[in-house]
Structures are given as C-alpha cells and as structure tokens.
Design a protein around this ligand. Structure first.
Ligand code: BES
Ligand code: ZN
Ligand code: ZN
Length: 493
C-alpha cells in the first residue's frame, strides 16, 4: 500500500517527478526548483534532450542530498490533455521509479492539470494512474525477482488547491483498489480460478463492507432456478457452476437498482467445439466481465456511493469433459426459452442469458452486462482497442460513452438491429447460440443477449480491451487491466 501526502516543498525525497508540457513553459513551481538547482532543468530543455513529448522521460541527478533526482516526464501538447493522458503519465513515471527501486518519491502537479480537471479530480486521477502502475502480478516469481513497490508519495506545488486535491487522492486509492482487484482476479491461473474460487472471492466483498450482501447459489440451487444454459455450459467440467448475487443497496428505497451482469467463464477451452491451441491461450481471462462487476462494486462500496446496485455473476468452466453439452443439444433458459447449440464455444452468451432472465426479478432501472464475448469484437476494434458497446437505449449509450471518456477508458458503439436477430434464428428452438453467417459476430452475439432482455439494457464486449496479453504498456504491467471499473464508477456517480 502506498501512502499519499501533500507537501509544500519537495524535501527528503529520493526523486521528484516533474511533468512538463511540450508546448508550455515551466510552471512557477518548476521555475523556482530550476533556480534552486542552478538552472539544470532549463538547460536540459534548452538542449532539447527532453522536449516534453508524451511519456518521454529524462532523469537528472542533482547535488542536493534532500532531492538527489528529478525525473522529467512529457505531458505532450496542452490541448491533448485528457484523463487518459494524465493516468498514463503518472503510471509511466511510477514504473520508471520502481524500476530504479526507489520507494519515497514526490510528484509536482502541473497547474494546467489542476485548471483543467479541478483539484479534486486531478488528485483522484493522479492516484488512480499511480495505483494502476504499481500493481504487479509477480507472486509466482522468486522473491528477489519481484517488483519493488513505492512506499510513500508526496504531491507538491499545489498551493491553495492542496485540500481539494487531497480529497481526490482518497477517492483515487479506492478506485485504484477496485481496478487492481479486478486485475488480480483475472490473473489468477485457471487451475486455481474455478467458479467456487471466484464465488469465495466475491464473498470477501460482504466481509469487507457491511452494506454489501453476497449470496452464492450452488449447482442444486441453480437447478432449482431452472437455469438450463448455465448448467449446460458447466457440465463438461468437474468444477461445478455457481451463480453469485452481490447486493449493494445504499440508495433511496424508492430508487430501482442498476443491475450489472458479468461473464464468469473461469476457463474457456471451447468445450467439445474445442479451440485450436493458439486460441486457447489467454482464456483464463474469460471471467473478466465478472471481475469488472465485482471490482466496480468494491470501489463504489468503499466510496460509500448512495446508489442501489446489484451484481450478477454466472460462473462456470467451459470444458470438454465426459458429460459436456454438445453441438445439436437444446438447452432451456430460466425464462423457458429454448436454445439450439451450434457451437459450444459460444458459451458466454448462454450463461449470460440466464443471468439476464434472473435480473428481471429486481425490476431493474437498467441492466449493463460486461463480457469477453467475441473474437469478432477484437477483429472489428483491435487488440487493445476500445470495448464494443451495444444498446438500443440512447440515454444509456450517451451516459456510458461520456463516462468512458471522462474516466480515460475507450468505448465504441457498434450496431444492434433486426438483421442480426434474424441471423440467430433456429429451425428447432426459439433461438440459436450461433449465427448462420460468419460475419458481424459481435453484433449477432449482442442480438442473442437482447432476446432475453425486456428492460433498458446495454452490453459491453471487452474481449479485446480487458487484458494486455504478452506484454504490458509503458504505464501498466502485463496481464488483466481492469477495464470498465473506472467507467462504471463514473457512470454510477
Ligand atoms: N471467450 C471467447 C471470446 C474471446 C476471444 C475472448 C478472444 C477474448 C479473446 C468466446 O467464448 C468465444 O469463443 N466466442 C466465439 C464465438 C463463436 C463460436 C460464435 C468466437 O468469438 O469465435
Ligand atoms: Zn467460447
Ligand atoms: Zn468465452
């Protein structure tokens, strides 16, 4: 855990990070620092060793024992300043300092950042960026090979804005903890991360916060609820499916809840329609929709948000065991609707369909599902691109796109429509889990989900946006990235 503080002067720090814009002169605070150190900062900029280009770094050594290092980091051009850029700059600097095994550091906060976002949001987003960078999935490495984490971090040069900034810091830590918990859940190897393990983790939310109530249904209870699709998908694995309900009812009694649904496939082998070897890699991440829902509720509960939010997590392992469901099987959803199985690898939509049917009982204001649902979404938007947003509700599209932008996450709307519904028709059941065509796979999957909804609903396909598979980013280490938590905290705020 990093402890955060604010300070008037950068004193007794191993390093001070100084973010600089490419097209702007030094802030008064940086000018004073430059003067105190014999003009080394201005000299480096004049020599063009460091120009302030986005994420550019330059480390300066001083003769000051109280402040032996100054790390310049580039903000890019002032007009490009966004929450994403701020998060990334803070993250990049954090990784740089941690690589040097420094633990007691400071950050100068540019005046333009405080001016653009306000002190509180600036404080929040600086800390979110640092927290996300600080997280490492390295518990399976030798102790000496693990990351050195920052211990203390002081923000300097804030003047009158110090108090508001500090209030934001506290929020940033809570949001960062939600994001990093989501990432941790995603990173756990699939031999450990079973439906039962995921349910146990969810139960921790209830112990952590009195306002959160967690209920876990086992296979017998799932059977009693007639969730035939979730049961069908779970049949090929010796790890039985679970259905997790997380209730955070901290809003007005009269206010209908927002229901969040997350795909919790703890490993997706494809089932009997087994995946080729290279496509099976990374399928431990197939529960990241569930992890996003759980991380969001962790964050909003820590923030004490006055909202009614319910999380639903159907979770199963998709394996080709002796009792596995088959292509040509027909499964019956909780609602009574029947589904013809064309491909057992289209399992996410099946388990989600039971959760979407279950959501009805809460008379939801709205339902939003998160799922690593389709390879087609990755083909359309890119690996590391935006998540795909599907919703027939304009209000929800607007709200979600705005929240994504405001929290530095990237989201792009893709189409729904009758045509895609037609493509999911079955001759022998109410609907098929596979389209008749190989085109528009992300939209036909969304159309399948839509078939089970009769309330305001949105679907977010995070297959290409939720993990950095083999290597990290300059501001974040490898593995799950916690996509969606920041955006949902913003949306619910
Ligand atoms: N879990 C996968 C989707 C996925 C692909 C997630 C890549 C993350 C990265 C999903 O269950 C799946 O296998 N979908 C199939 C559906 C097809 C059989 C209709 C796909 O996208 O190929
Ligand atoms: Zn699959
Ligand atoms: Zn899947």
């Amino acid at each position: 855990m990093i402890s955060y503080a604010t300070a008037a002067e950068p004193k007794k720090l191993e390093a001070l990070v100084v973010p600089v814009f490419q097209d702007k002169g030094f802030d008064p605070f940086v000018k004073a620092l430059d003067k105190a150190h014999g003009g080394i900062l201005s000299r480096v900029k004049e020599m063009k060793d460091f120009e302030g280009k986005k994420l550019q770094t330059s480390l300066l050594y001083t003769e000051d024992k109280d402040l032996p290092r100054i790390l310049f980091i580039g903000m890019g051009n002032a007009k490009e300043l966004s929450v994403a850029r701020l998060n990334q700059v803070m993250g990049r600097a954090t990784l740089y300092l941690e690589a040097k095994k420094l633990t007691n550091v400071g950050f100068a906060v540019p005046a333009a950042v405080v001016k653009k976002f306000g002190a509180k949001q600036a404080g929040r987003e600086c800390v979110v960026g640092i927290e996300i960078a600080d997280y490492a999935y390295d518990e399976h490495k030798r102790k000496e090979d693990r990351v050195t984490h920052l211990k203390s971090c002081a923000f300097v040069g804030l003047g009158k804005q110090t108090r508001a900034f500090a209030a934001g810091m506290d929020e940033g830590q809570k949001i960062g903890a939600g994001v990093n918990w989501t990432r941790m859940l995603g990173n756990v190897p699939p031999s450990h991360m079973s439906p039962a393990y995921l349910a146990k983790e969810a139960e921790k939310l209830g112990k952590e916060n009195k306002k959160v109530k967690v209920t876990v249904m086992n296979k017998a209870e799932i059977t009693k609820h007639k969730m035939g699709c979730l049961l069908g998908v779970g049949r090929g694995s010796k790890n039985e499916p679970k259905f997790v309900i997380v209730e955070y009812m901290n809003g007005k009694k009269s206010e209908k809840p927002t229901v969040l649904v997350g795909k919790g496939i703890t490993f997706d082998s494809g089932g009997l329609s087994i995946k080729p070897a290279s496509y099976m890699v990374d399928m431990k991440y197939d529960m990241l929709g569930a992890a996003t829902v759980l991380g969001t509720i962790k964050a909003i509960a820590a923030l004490g948000m006055k909202k009614n939010v319910i999380g639903l997590v159907p979770t199963a392992e998709n394996m080709p065991g002796h009792d596995a469901f088959r292509p040509d099987d027909i499964l019956t959803n909780m609602s009574g609707k029947t589904v013809e199985i064309g491909n057992t690898d289209a399992e996410g939509r099946l388990i989600l369909s039971d959760a979407l049917a279950y959501a009805k009982r809460f008379e939801p204001k709205e339902v939003i599902d998160f799922a690593t649902l389709t390879g087609a979404c990755v083909v359309a938007l890119g690996d590391g691109g935006p998540a795909g947003l599907f919703t027939p509700v304009e209000r929800m599209a607007k709200g979600l796109l705005k929240s994504a932008e405001a929290s530095g996450e990237w989201l792009w709307r893709l189409p729904l429509g009758e045509m895609y519904g037609e493509m999911m028709k079955s001759q022998v059941a109410d609907i098929a889990n596979m389209s008749q065509s190989r085109y528009a796979g992300a939209s036909t999957a969304a159309a399948f989900l839509q078939f089970f909804t009769d309330y305001p609903w949105a679907h977010v396909d995070i297959a290409g946006s939720s993990f950095n598979s083999k290597k990290g980013k300059p501001w974040m280490r490898v593995g799950a990235n916690g996509y969606g938590v920041q955006m949902m905290v913003e949306y619910l705020r």
